[in-house]
Design a protein around this ligand. Structure first.
Ligand SMILES: [Zn+2]
Ligand SMILES: [Zn+2]
Length: 85
C-alpha cells in the first residue's frame, strides 16, 4: 500500500502543478444560453435580444487582450489592462 499511495500523491501533485501552470483562458463563448446580461435599458435578459427594447446582446463578454470578464460592464476600455475594446 505504501508504494501505491506514494504514486497517487505524486500524480496528484503533478496534476495540481499542471493546473496551476495553465492560465485560465477565456473559453469561446458559444452556446452559453444560461448567461444573463444586463441591457442598457436596465432589463436583464438570458436570450440573444433584450425583451424590453429589442437591443442585441453585446458580444464582447471578455477582453480580447487579457481575457478579463466584462460581464455586462459598459465602457470603451478594459478596466483590467486598459486596452480599447
Ligand atoms: Zn433593453
Ligand atoms: Zn483587458
Amino acid at each position: 500500500m505504501g508504494t501505491a499511495s506514494q504514486t497517487n500523491l505524486q500524480q496528484m501533485q503533478q496534476a495540481q502543478q499542471a493546473q496551476q501552470a495553465q492560465p485560465a483562458a477565456a473559453p469561446a463563448a458559444a452556446g452559453d444560453a444560461a448567461a444573463q446580461w444586463t441591457c442598457s435599458c436596465g432589463s436583464v435578459s438570458d436570450g440573444k435580444f433584450c425583451p424590453e427594447c429589442g437591443a442585441k446582446k453585446p458580444e464582447a463578454a471578455f477582453c480580447p487582450n487579457c481575457g478579463y470578464k466584462l460581464n455586462g460592464q459598459k465602457g470603451k476600455f478594459c478596466p483590467e489592462c486598459g486596452k480599447p475594446l
